[in-house]
Ligand binder design. Structure first.
Ligand code: FAD
Ligand code: NAD
Length: 452
């Protein structure tokens, strides 16, 4: 006998940061909500993304900072025991999917551990059952790109890097984006010999090129080798090792190949063609209320096709969109989504971060003035305190002397840049800030008081 079809007010496909904030915002609405995930509950961020990455980065940062102080007061620099570090990582993060399910349930939602696909605009197939929902939110995120090259099946993705119990001696990364640069620093600091092969002439494309240069120089000093202007075209297994070849003739021998050539929207299992939902290369096409071309079907998070300069594919933006939809459905807002000033950072060593108007674009535009603070360790004793000799900060001001953009490379760039987000978002001048706030001395926010 066929099971009764369960009915919901809302069905959310995916359980990542976008879904989490949506359900959290709906918790007092008395609506019946189903959250469906075919993978690990919680999505990429806590299972194979931001959170395990920042956990590993915490240890790596300590180790690399101690190596920089060798002969300057430190005698024996710290080293990493990869096996122990991964054991700790697993102890902390393996419990996350169950915790995420409990969280959704505590907020009144029903969790369903299945892959979902559309039957019609209100009905989903979830495993061997069907569910019906008045409105559906697609929040299926992205997955690692698999390059269409010979030997692609021999490569692993960033997902598997987070489960490497033992550390290979040599690792080659395809691509020099966020994922590759952050993981390369971690694995190299742990003792692997790392090569990065990047198609373009520099890594970390969205960031200020002048500051990216310092990240590359420091990573080279740590022992990482970059190969720019090379596109990988083949991976082979020869005996116990791998051989990676580029179209331009580079040949590398290695013990592990990580395909970090980008991330693509998770669309393939949804059966979107059947019901006619519009997509493009960036993902699902939505309007200003995050509604797709089909009434009652919405999308949020990384799966949405969006302008990366306004809404980059990040956890912060996915959460903002989930929160927006919960407000929109409850009539708290009727307006179209307006993205706030959004800061981005790559957690390399040193870190690189930016917010607002791009420094390189501002240099070309007479409406802006760029103020550069270079060699900050010599100019500012807080940076000297961390021996952060490459710390560089560039600030962009408009004609009314309001801060509109900032870029920094330093060991604390992510936190430093966060000190500028509110200044830019609230449209404050340097004087407004100085008149109204006095941060702790000597601490992070204070060191920027006299730069802004
Ligand atoms: C290595 C790495 C590091 C990162 N670091 C940062 C960082 O430091 N800061 C930052 O802001 N962002 C970071 N990100 C990006 C961040 O993880 C994403 O922006 C965020 O997770 C997107 O959230 P989401 O809710 O859109 O989707 P996701 O977190 O991707 O979750 C989507 C979920 O949908 C499920 N799903 C897919 N298809 C189906 C289907 N048909 N049926 C049922 N379930 C389905 C998947 O299993 C998955 O669990 C990082 C990403 C990676 C890979
Ligand atoms: N700290 C953070 O906030 C953070 C960290 C990780 C990921 N993310 C998110 O995940 C997204 C995806 O990151 P990503 O690093 O996977 O992708 P990416 O698009 O940032 O970088 C991929 C790189 O691979 C290169 N590439 C592609 N094909 C190649 C080939 N055949 N040979 C050599 N190089 C090749 C591209 O030129 C590009 O530079 C980011 O844009 C960001 O939204 C954010």
């Amino acid at each position: 006998m066929e099971k009764m079809m369960e009915k919901f007010d809302y069905a959310v496909i995916g359980s990542g940061p976008a879904a989490f904030m949506f359900v959290n915002g709906m918790k007092d609405s008395q609506k019946r909500i189903a959250v469906i995930d075919g993978g690990k509950f919680g999505g990429i961020c806590p299972n194979a993304g931001c959170e395990p990455k920042i956990f590993l980065e915490g240890t790596v940062k300590t180790v690399l900072a101690s190596r920089q102080l060798l002969g300057k007061g430190i005698e024996t620099p710290a080293t990493i025991n990869w096996e122990d570090l991964m054991k700790r990582k697993k102890q902390i993060f393996n419990a996350y999917p169950d915790g995420s399910i409990k969280n959704f349930q505590a907020n009144g939602a029903t969790s369903i551990q299945e892959t979902a696909s559309f039957i019609d605009s209100h009905t989903l197939k979830v495993g061997d059952q069907k569910i019906w929902a008045e409105k559906i939110v697609i929040a299926t995120g992205q997955k690692p790109n698999k390059l269409p090259i010979e030997g692609s099946e021999l490569t692993i993705s960033s997902n598997e890097v987070f489960n490497l119990d033992t550390l290979p001696k040599r690792i080659t990364f395809i691509g020099g984006g966020f994922v590759s640069m952050e993981l390369a620093v971690i694995l190299n600091a742990a003792g692997a010999k790392v090569d990065i092969v990047e198609f373009a002439d520099r890594p970390l494309m969205p960031f200020n090129p002048e500051h990216v240069k310092y990240v590359v120089e420091e990573m080279e000093q740590q022992g990482i080798t970059f190969h720019f202007n090379h596109g990988i075209s083949q991976v082979e297994k020869i005996g116990t090792e791998y051989q990676v070849t580029s179209q331009q003739g580079l040949v590398l021998k290695t013990d592990l190949v990580v395909d970090a050539s980008g991330r693509v929207p998770n669309l393939d299992k949804l059966n979107l063609d059947k019901i006619g939902i519009k997509t493009d290369r960036g993902g699902i096409v939505v309007d200003g209320n995050l509604q797709t071309n089909m009434a009652g079907i919405y999308a949020a998070g990384d799966v949405v096709s969006k302008n990366p300069n306004v809404a980059p594919k990040l956890t912060s933006v996915a959460q903002f969109e989930g929160e927006y939809l919960s407000g929109y459905f409850q009539g708290i807002t009727e307006k179209v989504i307006k993205y706030p000033v959004t800061a981005t950072a790559a957690f390399t060593f040193p870190q690189i971060a930016q917010v607002g108007v791009n420094v390189d674009e501002a240099r070309e535009n007479p409406d802006y003035k760029v103020v550069d603070h270079q060699h900050m360790a010599e100019d500012d004793f807080f940076y000297t305190g961390t021996n952060d000799y490459n710390a560089q900060l560039s600030l962009v001001f408009d004609k009314t002397n309001r801060l509109v953009g900032a870029s920094e490379v330093s060991q604390s760039a992510a936190d430093d840049i966060d000190n500028f987000v509110h200044l830019i978002g609230l449209g404050l001048t340097r004087k407004d800030w100085a008149d109204k706030y006095l941060p702790v001395f000597p601490a992070l926010a204070y060191k920027l008081r006299y730069f802004a």
